[in-house]
Design a protein around this ligand. Sequence first.
Ligand SMILES: CC(C)(COP(=O)(O)OP(=O)(O)OC[C@H]1O[C@@H](n2cnc3c(N)ncnc32)[C@H](O)[C@@H]1OP(=O)(O)O)[C@@H](O)C(=O)NCCC(=O)NCCS
Length: 189
Amino acid sequence: MPLIADDTPPWFPLETERLILRDPRPEDFDDIHAYAERPEVVRYMAWGPNTPEMTRTVLDHWLEVAARWPRTEVSLVVEDKRQGRVIGSIRLTIQDEANRTADFGYTYHPDAWGQGIGTEAARAVLGAAFGPLGLHRVWATCDVENHGSWGIMEKLGMRREGTFIKHLKPRGQWRDTHFYALLAEEWGR
Ligand SMILES: CC(C)(COP(=O)(O)OP(=O)(O)OC[C@H]1O[C@@H](n2cnc3c(N)ncnc32)[C@H](O)[C@@H]1OP(=O)(O)O)[C@@H](O)C(=O)NCCC(=O)NCCS
């Protein structure tokens, strides 16, 4: 039986104390571009800083993917409930249905950094992954110098399973990458 069958209900939108994690909408463009165009946001990423055309291409892809269900790739925008605007995005992709394994990743506007937003959204996604989705293992990666990112993973109880040396060359320089993972039976311990 597939992990997500035609009659499986979507595991999103998700709501937390401060956030709504939902499918993107065309009118989210300005909010998404406001962080995607910033060099400090993409410092450890293989993409960006985005031109408006690049952000348009990404949003169009998200909108096209969001129109389908069931699907294995889910990119949600993160809306700040108080401000009523999008401050970031979070993605969960089922990489291996047979072994019920997914990876996830996230990006936020600098104005939102350092307030536990990234942890709050990632906690909600892991809750869905190990809850309604029934996944066995979720993993994520980050640059070894991206303390905010591995800070989120450690706060969620994820285990650093290894570090790949000179693993990626995002901006012309080899970078080391931490690999983190969590199993269903470890979630909520
Ligand atoms: C990395 C990122 C997602 C962190 O999001 P955030 O909302 O600021 O993270 P949180 O506030 O939930 O912080 C989680 C933990 O990480 C650590 N942390 C956060 N920012 C940090 C920083 N600048 N330096 C060192 N540690 C940091 C802390 O331990 C923190 O927990 P604490 O506040 O209880 O001590 C955010 O900075 C971002 O969007 N960066 C640009 C995109 C990116 O790099 N995405 C990840 C790619 S792998």
